[in-house]
Write a protein that binds this ligand. Sequence first.
Ligand code: 5GP
Length: 320
Amino acid sequence: MLDRVLQEIRARQRFVVTSHARPDGDGIGSALACGQILRVMGKDAEVVMHDGVPRIYQNLPFADRAIQADAVPPTDAVILLECDSIKRTLLEGLEDSFLINIDHHVSGRDFGHINWIDSTVMATAELVYRLARRACVPVDAHIATCLYTALMTDTGSFMFAGTNEHTFTVARELVLAGADPALCARHIYFGHSTAKLRLLGAALSNLHREGPLAWIWATQEQMQRFGAREEDCEGLVNYALSIGDVQVAIFFRELPDQRYRVSLRSKGEINVSTVAEHFGGGGHKCASGCSLDGPLAIAVAKVVEQLRSEAATNTNAFTR
Ligand code: 5GP
């Protein structure tokens, strides 16, 4: 598939690179690196994101070149990274474009004209890295920084299940290419806003427990009170997962239309991607997401019920 992707890229000149709305580190890092790799290949490439680059990723190389837009400009092909559908980008105008879909989610779907989906890798960044290598594009310190940040964030700082010696081999190569691990970590983990920490405090004060489950939430009113943005919600769920006897943590974020965005995280025994898929979302075994109608109590009840039945397939999970 990599050769096929390369062949389709070589046959075209103008590219748009994008990822899902509310992009995470892998979405942003992979897209910025991919855009630059295409430019080094002599292509015209624009990184276009519906939601722009979140604050903690704005220090990444090429971030200032990314375009925030509602629709894609005219182009020969669009490379979608980390998406299971056109809809995930929230961009308009993709239907008529030639689509190259590159993803690493188990819930990935063949919606593109070319689909390179490899769920054995920990981050889409690794596929982009392979693309650069196969295209003989030198991975310089800037590209390496984007890819390392993507890998670091999608592996939960190399802590999530699935992280193995191969992940470290890729990380090592990126560091050798010039990525600075301490600097990458500082921008992401020590670059939060005050509003985010205040929101975290409010969310944790609502912590609920049931057996191996923990859940927290944030409301629109709290977000407005603290001046928190959507992107300030990224990672809050991990604080609930950090409790010793918690197997699965859930974060519910109220949306302006009273629906709820749900982030699910697992330490590995319970598969949260099947739960997210049940509600029309997706993701990985240990990290997934979906959206549900409110009110909060109903959304919580539905997700918790689904997790109970998922945990029942692992008889030990609820008795520990
Ligand atoms: P997060 O909780 O950080 O929003 O997402 C965790 C993981 O699940 C990410 O890999 C993300 O791409 C995936 N994910 C989150 N929401 C959705 C969704 O609505 N649909 C799909 N297919 N994947 C999602």
